[in-house]
Write a protein that binds this ligand. Sequence first.
Ligand SMILES: Nc1nc2c(ncn2[C@@H]2O[C@H](COP(=O)(O)OP(=O)(O)O)[C@@H](O)[C@H]2O)c(=O)[nH]1
Ligand SMILES: [Mg+2]
Length: 363
Amino acid sequence: MFVSTWMTVDFTVVIEQMPFGEIVCGSPGSGKSTYCYGKHQLFTAINRPIAVVNLDPANDTIPYPCAINISELITLKDVMGEFGLGPNGGMLYAMEYLEANFDWLEVKLKDLGSDAYVLFDLPGQVELSTNHDSIKKIVNRLVKNGFRLSAVHLCDAHYITDAAKYVSVLLLSLRAMLHLELPHVNVLSKIDLLKQYGELEFNLDFYTEVQDLSYLENSLSLSLPVRFSALNMAMVSLVEDFSLVGFETLAVEDKNSMLNLTRAIDRATGYVFVPPPDSKPPPEVVDKMDTAPDLRPNAYGLFSSAVGPIKGPLSDIRDIQERWIDEREVYDAYENRQWRKEGDALRDGLSKFEQTGQSTATR
Ligand SMILES: Nc1nc2c(ncn2[C@@H]2O[C@H](COP(=O)(O)OP(=O)(O)O)[C@@H](O)[C@H]2O)c(=O)[nH]1
Ligand SMILES: [Mg+2]
């Protein structure tokens, strides 16, 4: 018998735990805190670790449970009062103060453990993620400490309804990408509200894929003086030359939308989630626990999780257009019917349970 000794290779996979995270940035009101809250709810429901760090010293009402809160270190009100600064200057000072006291953040992050998944909810001042150095330096130190981070840049989808505003969002996104130097996911947020702003000039994929921007020329020349529309076209061709900007979409209340965005971000950071063995299988997995092991889908294996389908339900941009723009009312009505059915089934089950409980008690 031939025994190939040279083929004995040790395939032991060493899984080193390291913290992962997202730098959630974007203009004021773009939906950062709401996104952090939504993601906290979703991840808690699927047993995935998550902690949210509020780095906005002006955030008075925080919707999510806060693992670390910058207000324990500094608040915008105190800075403005003490140094006679306005809200913008006060915010820059607060970020510089955080940078100088990075060890405060570092100690608190260490307490979250090496397998933490941390969302950093940033203030909305765009200069913080486009020009100012403090956030960039804080991010660099986090990366040095072993954090695998992705920037998640939220832009209100409303801006795509106007060609000139769309150009400004493209430039802002490109600038944030070049400044933060992280794996970067740009997101058109509040996509569920898009329909109420009227007809889009192009299909949604035109805006998310950022290709063939020369088509904007017509609308720019109609809405702007000739010199400005030429300037806008020059900026557009600059964005196209970099070929870096693209967008995912988000409707924070929609589970499919949140899951699809989560997949895109996991792809950017290289995060693979393997749920704990005692968790329930995800809804799309057929539960075959009573069949032979070779017939059961290995839904929780590291490899199958890593190479699993990237696209989930309603992830194609044409489906998203259909869901939120073309056929929004039809989908809303369908979902309402489904929720009502689920509610009825739950109520029936509960009343049956109460009746059996009562009859057992009277027997
Ligand atoms: N319809 C809708 N509203 C949203 C969505 N995300 C955020 N909002 C709303 O947008 C407003 C600003 O959100 P907020 O999270 O405070 O923005 P931030 O300043 O970036 O933190 C709030 O009234 C949210 O309820 C979304 O996906 N859909
Ligand atoms: Mg906020």
